[in-house]
Design a protein around this ligand. Structure first.
Ligand code: PLP
Length: 418
C-alpha cells in the first residue's frame, strides 16, 4: 500500500486516497482485469482460506483495482469501510436486504429515487417486511412513524426532483431511539457537500454513475459504514450474491474521483447562477435550489450542506406544454433522464422518471406537469444561460416550430467547436 500523508484535505484525498502501486511503480492506478488469483503453493491457498494470510482469492470477493476505489471512497467520506457495487441500485438493495429480515419494519421518506421507492413499496413487503412512507421534510411525521420500533430508515436529501431537504441529524436521533439504522442516499449532495455519517447516519449509499463518474461512462454504486457493519452484515451478502463492480469500471470511477471536487465546485457554482437567472424570468413560476433564500428549507440546507449542488428544479407556466416548449427550445442542454454529468441534461419528471408513480403520488410530492429538472454540467455558464433564454423564448414563440431538431443541434455544437 502506498503511504499518503495523514490529514490531507478532500481534493488531495480524491487524487491519492487508496492508491496501491504494484512493483512496477505506475503513476496511474493499475487495472487488474482478472477474475481469479494464484497462490505460491497449496499451503498459501490453505492459509488464505483460513484467514491467516491476506491474499486476493476471487474478484467477486475482492480485487486490487476495486479495493483502491473502496479505500478512496471511504477516505473521502470519513467512513471506516466501503463496498462498491455494479450500480447504485445494487448498493441500495444490498444495504437494505443484508440488514433486514421478515418481520422487520422500514420507514422511508416518500421522495425517493424511483427504483428505491419500488424497493421499499413493492419488494420488501413481498418478504414480510413492513414499510411506511413519510413526507421527509415533516419532522412530526418522522416522530409519529418512529414512535414504534423500527429496523431501518432510508432517506434521500436533497430529494429528486423537488430538492426537498431532510433534517438528517433529527431523523437519526429519532431512528436510533426506535432501534433503526439510518441509510442516507447522498447522490444529489455528493460526498463533498454533505457528510451524513457526521450528522449521525449509520450507512451512506451512492450511485457512482452520477457525479462520481460524472462523465457518463460507467455505472457503479457504493455502500459506506462502520467496519463492523460492513464486515459482519453487508459483506456476507455482497460476497455471496455477487453485485460485483468490474475492475475496469472501478478504474473509471477512480479517475472520476480525481476530478470530483473540481467538477462539483464548477457545476454547483453555475447551478446557483442559473437558479438566480431563472428566478427572474417571466414564464417561470418557481425555482428550487437548496441554498437560495426562497427555498422553503434553505436554512436547514445551509446548516447541513456546504453548497447547493449541481441540480436546479423549476416550474414552467402552462404545465406539460410549457415545460416541453422550454426543453425543446434548448440547443445545448440535452433532454435525458440522467444527471450528474459533465454535459448539462434536462428532464421532465412527470412523463419520465416519475411517470410510473402516478398522478396522485406526483401531486403529493409537488411534481406538477410544469416541473423541469436541470442537471448542470461543465459548459461555460454563459452558454448555459443563453440556452435557458432560448428555451424560454420558445415558450413565448409559436410552439409549432420545434427548435430542438437534431440538425439544429449539430449546427450549434459545430459552431461551439469552431
Ligand atoms: C441514480 C440514482 C440511484 C440509482 O443508481 P443507479 O446507478 O442508476 O443504479 C439511486 N439514488 C439516486 C438518488 C439516484 O440519483
Amino acid at each position: 500500500m502506498t503511504i499518503v500523508p495523514p490529514n490531507l484535505r478532500p481534493a488531495s484525498r480524491l487524487v491519492h486516497g487508496g492508491t496501491s502501486r504494484s512493483q512496477h511503480g505506475e503513476t496511474s492506478e493499475a487495472i487488474f482485469l482478472t477474475s481469479g488469483f494464484v497462490y505460491d503453493d497449496a499451503e498459501q491457498a490453505e492459509a488464505t482460506f483460513a484467514g491467516t494470510v491476506q491474499h486476493y482469492q476471487y474478484s467477486r470477493f475482492g480485487n486490487p483495482t476495486v479495493a483502491m476505489l473502496e479505500q478512496r471512497l471511504a477516505d473521502i467520506e470519513g467512513a471506516e469501510a466501503c463496498v462498491v457495487t455494479a450500480t447504485g441500485m445494487a448498493a441500495v438493495n444490498a444495504a437494505m436486504l443484508s440488514h433486514l429480515k421478515a418481520g422487520d419494519r422500514v420507514v422511508a421518506s416518500r421522495a425517493l429515487f424511483g427504483s428505491c421507492y419500488w424497493l421499499v413499496a413493492t419488494l420488501l413487503p413481498k418478504f414480510g417486511i413492513a414499510t411506511e412512507f413519510v413526507d421527509g421534510g415533516d419532522l412530526e411525521q418522522w416522530r409519529a412513524a418512529l414512535s414504534r420500533p423500527a429496523n431501518l430508515v432510508l432517506l434521500e436529501t436533497p430529494s429528486n426532483p423537488m430538492l426537498e431537504i431532510v433534517d438528517v441529524r433529527a431523523v437519526c436521533d429519532l431512528a436510533h431511539e426506535a432501534g433503526a439504522i439510518v441509510v442516507v442516499d447522498n447522490v444529489f449532495a455528493t460526498p463533498l457537500l454533505q457528510q451524513p455519517l457526521r450528522l449521525g447516519a449509520d450507512v451512506v449509499v451512492y450511485s457512482c454513475t452520477k457525479h462520481i463518474d460524472g462523465q457518463g461512462r460507467a455505472m457503479g454504486g457504493a455502500v459506506l459504514g462502520s467496519a463492523k457493519w460492513i464486515t459482519d452484515v453487508l459483506q456476507p451478502f455482497t460476497r455471496n450474491t455477487g453485485p460485483t463492480l468490474s475492475p475496469f469500471n472501478a478504474w473509471l470511477l477512480l479517475k472520476g474521483l480525481e476530478t470530483l471536487a473540481l467538477r462539483v465546485d464548477a457545476a454547483s457554482r453555475s447551478a446557483a447562477i442559473l437558479a438566480d437567472f431563472l428566478a427572474n424570468q417571466p414564464g417561470i413560476t418557481q425555482v428550487l435550489y437548496p441554498t437560495r433564500a426562497d427555498h422553503p428549507q434553505h436554512s436547514l440546507a445551509r446548516a447541513q450542506m456546504s453548497g447547493g449542488g449541481t441540480l436546479v428544479t423549476f416550474e414552467v407556466e402552462g404545465g406539460k406544454a410549457g415545460a416541453f416548449a422550454v426543453m425543446n427550445g434548448f440547443q445545448l442542454i440535452a433532454v435525458s433522464n440522467n444527471l450528474g454529468d459533465s454535459k448539462s441534461l434536462v428532464t421532465h419528471p412527470a412523463t419520465t422518471t416519475h411517470m410510473r408513480i402516478g398522478a396522485e403520488e406526483r401531486a403529493r410530492l409537488g411534481i406538477t406537469d410544469g416541473v423541469v429538472r436541470l442537471s448542470v454540467g461543465l459548459e461555460d455558464v454563459l452558454d448555459l444561460q443563453d440556452d435557458l433564454a432560448r428555451g424560454l423564448a420558445n415558450l413565448r414563440a409559436d410552439a409549432a416550430t420545434p427548435l430542438n431538431s437534431p440538425a439544429l443541434k449539430s449546427r450549434v455544437v459545430a459552431a461551439i467547436i469552431a
